[in-house]
Every structure is written in structure tokens, then in C-alpha cells.
Design a protein around this ligand. Structure first.
Ligand SMILES: NC(=O)c1ccc[n+]([C@@H]2O[C@H](COP(=O)([O-])OP(=O)(O)OC[C@H]3O[C@@H](n4cnc5c(N)ncnc54)[C@H](OP(=O)(O)O)[C@@H]3O)[C@@H](O)[C@H]2O)c1
Length: 275
């Protein structure tokens, strides 16, 4: 296993007053998600700042460094039970929700604001309304879902990309793990004396993206930090660039129940798959 002596680099965020973001994040969420707070409901200006206040008290924090819109999806009022009923989805109010996020930023509750699970077309709508620039877009991204189009768009617009499921996620659909089982990554890892996880995380870092990796194992946490004192060769990058692409997280299958109909919102507007 590689050493963890190299310091963690930081990334500057484009958001007034934001602190730099570490080049690797430690995720804590496990799946399926159990939540008690508001989810996907801040469709009005008052609501997002209001929904943030109880969370802030629970966290015992005066402010957070970064506050994200989780999905470009809104639901009818009421408690959220997963999987969500399709008929509960309503059109997402890009301008109204972003105004509320901007208010959180203006009040100093969030030093930077951003989004998650936004495609380029979602970002187009957001940027048309934004007065505070979104600092970050957190999306599924790893060597088997490389998000080339989105990365190019975000680089051009000055939006930093963060990668969730950088190691392929927690096998929630029971299909195994396309990243940790990758023969291409295994071959590179063997040649470099690294683990497959380290090769995947290093590749993400070399793309200018911040991986958010979850582990509850002390040894694997250390392993995942050991990516800053070595690099991948051009030939490694070429091989990784040729890995067949496969997305795991989809709004339709991860969030919504299989039965029922989308009566008030269009699934195409909420889906997050983009080649
Ligand atoms: N914005 C969103 O919609 C969204 C969606 C999904 C996830 N996330 C965030 O992103 C974080 C990470 O994503 P994720 O949990 O989906 O996937 P991930 O970090 O790719 O994978 C986590 C799985 O890999 C294992 N693992 C971690 N380090 C390893 C290593 N070095 N070698 C082998 N296995 C290792 C973990 O198990 P052990 O714990 O046993 O090590 C865990 O089961 C989450 O915790 C969450 O905070 C956000």
C-alpha cells in the first residue's frame, strides 16, 4: 500500500468568500438512504434557507463551507419516503431554488453554493438565472463513467467537478462493482504497485476532479489518501480512456418507485444520464 505522507492539495472555488476545497473528500453516506429532514422540497425562496436552519442546528455549525442542491428534482409537499412515488414529482424551479441558495450564501450560512447531479442542460438553465456562480457540481464520475462532456462544460464555465461513487459505489443494484472489478485498472495497479482504488482515485484527481470516497475502514481511508505522491503514465491514461462506459445512478431507478406515472413532471427533465 502507498504511504499517506504527501499533503492533500487544495482547489480554489469560484464563489465569493469560499475556502479552498481539499482535493479528496471523505463521504459518509450509506445506501439505501434514510432521512428525516426535508428532501427535494425547497422549491420556494423562503424554503431553502428555512430548511437549512434545522440542519445547521443538528450539525452544531454556524455555517457550512459548501451547500449543494442534491438533485434537480422537486416533490409535492409531505414526508419523503423512498422510493418516491412518480406522481409526487413536480417541475424543478431552477430560478426559485437558486435564489434561495444565493440567500443562504448572502446570509453567510454557506460560504460556497453549488449543485449535484446536474447535466449540462440543467446547468444552462441555472446559469441563465444565477447571480452567484455555482462553485461545484457533484456527480457520479469514475473510470467507468467518465463524464467527458460535463467535465469540458464545467471547465469552460469555472464550475469545479466533484466525483461521487469514485470507486463504483456501494453495489446497490447488486450488479457488482465495475470499477473495483476492472481488469484494465487491475493491470495498471499491479504495474504501479498500487491498489485498484488508488488508480481510480488518482485518475480522477489527474482530471482536475475531486473524488468523494466513502469508507468506514481505517486501513482503506489511509489507502485512499495515498494518491498524491505518484502519477499515471500516458499509456495508463490511454488505456483508462478506452474503458467501456456504464452509468449506475439514474433518477428513474434510484429515486422513484417502479410503479405509477409521472403526471406533473417529465422524467427526461430530471434524468442525469448524459454521454
Ligand atoms: N450527490 C449524490 O447524489 C451522491 C450519490 C451517491 C453518493 N454520494 C456521496 O459520495 C460518497 C461516495 O460515494 P459512494 O459511497 O456511492 O461510492 P464509493 O466511494 O465509490 O464506494 C464506496 C464503497 O467502496 C468501498 N471502499 C472504499 N475504499 C475502498 C478501497 N480502498 N478498496 C476497496 N473498497 C473500498 C467502501 O466500503 P468500506 O466502507 O467497507 O471501505 C464502500 O462500500 C457517499 O458516501 C456520499 O457521501 C453522493
Amino acid at each position: 500500500m502507498a504511504s499517506t505522507t504527501a499533503a492533500v492539495p487544495e482547489v480554489a472555488l469560484r464563489s465569493g468568500g469560499a475556502r479552498p476545497m481539499p482535493a479528496i473528500g471523505m463521504g459518509t453516506a450509506t445506501f439505501p438512504v434514510v432521512r428525516s429532514g426535508p428532501w427535494a422540497r425547497p422549491s420556494r425562496r423562503r424554503c431553502a434557507a428555512g430548511s437549512w436552519r434545522p440542519g445547521r442546528r443538528n450539525l452544531q455549525m454556524e455555517y457550512v463551507d459548501l451547500y449543494l442542491i442534491h438533485w434537480p428534482i422537486s416533490l409535492k409537499p409531505g414526508p419523503t419516503v423512498f422510493p418516491v412515488k412518480r406522481e409526487d414529482a413536480v417541475p424543478f424551479d431552477f430560478e426559485g431554488v437558486w435564489r434561495a441558495m444565493e440567500e443562504c450564501h448572502r446570509l453567510g450560512l454557506a460560504k460556497a453554493i453549488g449543485v449535484s447531479n446536474f447535466t449540462t442542460s440543467h446547468l444552462d438553465k441555472l446559469l441563465a438565472a444565477a447571480t452567484v456562480h455555482p462553485a461545484v457540481n457533484q456527480v457520479e464520475l469514475n473510470p467507468v463513467w467518465q463524464q467527458r462532456k460535463l467535465r469540458g462544460y464545467c471547465a469552460e464555465k469555472g464550475i469545479h467537478v466533484a466525483a461521487y461513487s469514485p470507486l463504483g459505489g456501494q453495489n446497490w443494484n447488486g450488479d457488482g462493482n465495475a470499477v473495483l472489478d476492472s481488469e484494465v485498472l487491475a493491470e495498471i495497479a499491479k504495474a504501479r504497485g498500487k491498489t485498484i482504488a488508488q488508480v481510480a482515485l488518482r485518475w480522477i484527481y489527474e482530471q482536475g476532479v475531486t473524488p468523494i470516497v466513502k469508507s468506514f475502514s481505517k486501513e482503506r481511508l489511509k489507502e485512499n489518501l495515498g494518491i498524491f505522491d505518484w502519477w499515471l503514465a500516458d499509456d495508463d491514461l490511454r488505456k483508462i480512456g478506452q474503458i467501456p462506459q456504464k452509468k449506475i445512478v439514474r433518477a428513474e431507478t434510484v429515486l422513484f418507485s417502479a410503479e405509477g406515472e409521472f403526471t406533473s413532471a417529465d422524467l427526461a427533465d430530471m434524468e442525469i444520464v448524459e454521454e
